[in-house]
Design a protein around this ligand. Structure first.
Ligand code: ANZ
Length: 867
């Protein structure tokens, strides 16, 4: 058998698809001559890949894994009468291009364009069935325009505002980083030191959508791990708010948030976060020095640090709070285990029933009051540690004897009755800090008036000139007129952030300062984070050339929501949360009819290298956590994440050059279940190459035959079983098992030598085509078709031909297996023995012996006892 000449065949079909617009997205509605509209009768599938960041390194073998999976589904759905939208584009703003620009002086746009061209070449080389007419890049001026337009909608809804935020400022990178981007006080990218700094920032009020973001998850077909991660990120907490008056300070009260109102009688002190606004009013003069020192000492610690350190720290303020039900005085402390940004920034401390409070109280010798006891079946109360489980109330006055749930309700109701509190829902979710002090992002379309000293006229001054005294009125933001969008970036030579936290655009004075109706204004110099562009690209794919609006309502109706979204789990939590937030806002504004953007979500598992950074050390800790079930798998354990520094990155270009695109696609789908973490083994690519060659040769044999070569019974059965299995497996996105089934069929057809029936070869060709589309088209044409198979109806099996009416069973002689027989399922003992005696190894054993007993359970056991 000869090898399959992929090197000439693959480019040929790629050119064919391009020339014939094979993968042009079908119109879902057409306007007839009489003005009526006809809608497509087909079902639709919107198949979306998480679009790549076009890095300088080009595609990584991890990219084609997800892209092949979505391509298989797109191709399969086209063959099963669906209208398919399968677009791709570029998430092309971001730090690396900017860093490269700073180092080399090349404009980030130049580098970005070059990288996009390379990525595009690679994706086309892999034969993905994208509709390239839909291509968009988040850096396209026309795209930026609509990203800015969405920002303005958020602004008009009151969902975008400025605030002084204590941010993670990284001087080396010259930018603010999110909490997730800071690990142990260092930037995730580059390991530079990070400090806390108050900075004016644009903030998007995602918290106003917390409840919707949580509710909306219901009904989505997403991996449970990602669902849980989103839920945890949103962190809905149902509890009670309780007011404590402050002793001797009449107009002030400390409000706490608790999920354990039932433990109210166990409160022995109250703890404020060091940044709590009441700290100075409750602190007595004796304690002031100590309190001030503590507040300063803790101000640089991150929330993560504060909550994760075992050793509790704190100071007494000297002040007291009044218990709302007992009127007892309890001391007010400050402790940094209480976060300023969660709940109310204050807690009622119940050391008997909360571990953190217990540790704190033990350290500072504070009182512990037990107010919940275990129910009888749960055993005795131990006073050696906090009892944090539910139980029965004691020492709680009228609430004694109530079980935890009931006590929570009763105490909350009582507090509401006396106007000292009530039920409250709190979220862990924080508002989204949306400003970046960088060049390579979308300018935020806002400007501010400028004040000059008394008596100075705008016409007399120029704020661009050094030394021109002026004040920018950040408190009076003005949105750019929608008609003036896009607001483009200025040309600059030096893209480095510098040490001005206002960002490098602050130096682009000709861009920043402008006059309108004789008045001077200053533009916002912050840009949007990279997340912005990826929040709505799936909408723009519907309608990438629309100059009038971001996308048309008809196309939204025709194609949304995304039916299948494929991408890595790494970015999942934040990207999906941010995108869903924007989507819900656009939904509220009536721009989309669909409340959620992504109906089904699938993550491809990471592909590991055979050398390099161990997955266990994965910095984000994410893979360890997310794939905890895989970590015990020895393959994963001895494999490593691919990284440039370890030199174990497999480049798709190299694989394609040696084995072809289809081999790479087949290998990536054959490696194992799509979602599993899998090690790359270049040596195993030869397995799928052999399959590809065999399949090609089988088809060549069949192509020589006419209808006189008929399907024998065995071939018919194998074929139908394979068609059933491959169809079901694709539906379940179980691609590796689909490929195995095709391998079995191919081996069988190979054994028929030159007697391969055309029917079998055609069906096999259709089945393999979503996986290996070039091979599929080539075989299809060899079989005499002069049209693409991309829209040919998918194979259909006959259920009756798929059931097995024979069974294979082992034959034992005196309890030892000696051979195997295949007999009809309902064969009787005589029939089974007849077959067994034909098996040489069985008859040899029985030679010269008397059969004493036969144990036969149809389909299960045939044991012959002989002496
Ligand atoms: C009293 C109490 C008694 C509590 C008890 C727990 C057990 P989640 O589920 O995370 O919402 N808490 C409230 N605000 C806090 C803050 N800003 N920083 C740190 N801790 C805070 O947990 C809510 C619980 O976390 C609240 O209930 C409060 O402690 C604490 F036996 O109040 B609890």
């Amino acid at each position: 058998s000869t090898g399959y000449p992929f090197a000439s065949i693959e480019p040929k079909w790629q050119a064919y698809w391009k020339e014939n617009d094979t993968f042009k997205t079908p119109e879902r509605r057409t306007t007839n001559e009489d003005g009526t509209v006809t809608k497509s009768k087909n079902k639709k599938k919107y198949v979306l890949d998480m679009f790549p960041y076009p890095s300088g390194a080009g595609l990584h073998v991890g990219h084609p894994e997800g892209y092949t999976a979505s391509d298989v589904m797109s191709r399969y759905w086209r063959m099963t009468s669906h209208d398919v939208l399968h677009p791709i584009g570029w998430d092309s703003f971001g730090l690396p291009a900017e860093q490269f620009a700073i180092q080399t002086g090349t404009h980030p746009e130049v580098e970005t364009k070059k990288n996009i061209a390379n990525f595009k070449r690679q994706l086309q080389m892999l034969g993905f069935s994208y509709d390239w007419e839909k291509e968009v890049a988040t850096t396209d001026v026309e795209y930026v325009k609509w990203t800015q337009w969405i920002f303005l909608q958020l602004y008009k809804m009151g969902l975008a505002s400025q605030s002084e935020v204590s941010v993670n400022w990284c001087p080396a990178l010259g930018t603010v980083l999110s909490n997730e981007e800071v690990i142990n006080g260092l930037s995730e990218r580059g390991d530079h030191p990070v400090t806390r700094l108050p900075l004016r920032q644009w903030v998007l009020k995602i918290t106003e959508y917390a409840d919707r973001l949580e509710q909306g998850l219901e009904g989505l077909d997403w991996p449970s791990g990602t669902m849980t991660a989103q839920e945890q990120w949103i962190g809905k907490s149902v509890g009670t708010e309780i007011d404590f008056n402050v002793d001797g300070v009449d107009d002030k009260k400390v409000t706490v948030f608790t999920t354990r109102a039932d433990t109210l009688f166990g409160v022995t002190y109250v703890t404020l976060a060091p940044e709590h606004p009441l700290v100075s009013s409750v602190t007595t003069s004796d304690q002031k020095e100590e309190v001030d020192a503590y507040v300063t000492a803790t101000s640089s610690r991150s929330d993560l640090d504060r909550t994760s350190s075992k050793e509790k720290t704190g100071v007494f303020t000297g002040g007291y709070a009044i218990h709302p039900l007992t009127n007892e005085k309890v001391p007010i402390w400050i402790g940094d285990y209480v976060l300023g940004s969660y709940g109310t920034g204050a807690v009622m401390a119940v050391p008997a029933h909360d571990e953190r409070d217990y540790e704190f109280a033990s350290k500072f010798g504070l009182e512990v009051k037990w107010v919940v006891e275990p129910t009888k079946k749960d055993g005795e109360l131990s006073t050696e540690e906090a009892f944090t489980k539910a139980g029965v109330n004691v020492n709680s006055g009228e609430f004694d004897g109530m079980k935890t749930q009931k006590a929570k309700k009763a105490i909350t109701a009582k507090l509401a009755e006396i106007s000292s509190g009530g039920p409250k829902i709190t979220y862990k979710l924080r508002d989204w800090v949306f400003s970046r002090q960088r060049y390579w992002g979308e300018p935020i379309p806002i400007y501010f008036p400028i004040d000059f000293p008394e008596g100075v006229e705008d016409s007399d001054v120029d704020p661009k000139v050094d030394g021109c005294e002026h004040t920018i009125r950040f408190d009076k933001p003005i949105p750019v007129d929608e008609a003036d969008l896009p607001l483009t970036l200025p040309e600059m030579e030096d893209f480095s952030p510098g040490d001005d936290p206002a960002g490098c655009l602050a130096r682009a004075k000709d861009w920043r300062y402008f006059q309108k109706d004789g008045k001077w204004f200053s533009r916002e110099t912050n840009t949007m984070p990279q997340w912005a562009g990826s929040c709505w690209y799936y909408f723009r794919f519907l309608d990438p050339k629309n100059g009038e609006s971001a996308f048309s309502p008809e196309l939204d109706e025709d194609w949304m929501p995304v039916d299948l979204y494929v991408g890595g789990a790494e970015h999942a939590v934040l990207h999906l949360l941010y995108a869903r937030f924007w989507h819900q806002v656009l939904y509220d504004l009536g721009y989309t009819k669909h409340p959620e953007p992504f109906q089904k979500l699938v993550h491809q598992g990471m592909i590991l290298g055979s050398d390099g950074e161990k997955v266990r050390n994965c910095k984000s800790g994410y893979h360890l956590e997310y794939h905890s079930s895989c970590i015990n798998n020895c393959l994963v354990d001895s494999s490593y994440q691919m990284s440039k520094s370890r030199g174990n990155v497999v480049n798709p270009d190299d694989i394609v050059e040696v084995h072809g695109a289809d081999a790479l696609r087949l290998y990536e789908m054959f490696m194992g279940p799509l979602e599993a973490v899998k090690p790359w083994q270049t040596s195993q690519v030869s397995g799928v190459v052999r399959f590809q060659n065999k399949l090609f040769n089988v088809v060549k044999e069949a192509a020589k035959n006419d209808a006189s070569v008929e399907m024998d019974e065995e071939t018919t059965k194998i074929l139908h079983k394979t068609m059933k299995k491959v169809t079901e497996d694709i539906e379940n996105m179980s691609f590796n098992t689909a490929i195995s089934a095709m391998m079995v069929l191919t081996n069988h057809l190979t054994s028929l030598k030159d007697q391969v029936p055309r029917e079998a070869a055609e069906k096999l060709t259709l089945m393999v085509s979503p996986f290996a589309p070039h091979l599929g088209e080539e075989c299809w044409s060899l079989l005499g078709h002069d049209d693409t198979l991309a829209y040919h109806p998918w194979v259909e099996h006959d259920e009756a031909l798929c059931v097995d009416n024979t069974v294979k069973m082992g034959v034992q002689v005196n309890g030892k297996t000696r051979g195997e027989i295949e007999i009809p399922k309902d064969a009787d003992q005589e029939g089974a023995m007849g077959e067994a005696m034909k098996v040489q190894s069985v008859s040899n054993q029985l030679d010269g012996k008397d059969v004493k007993k036969i144990i036969y359970v149809p389909g299960r056991i045939l044991n012959i006892v002989a002496k």
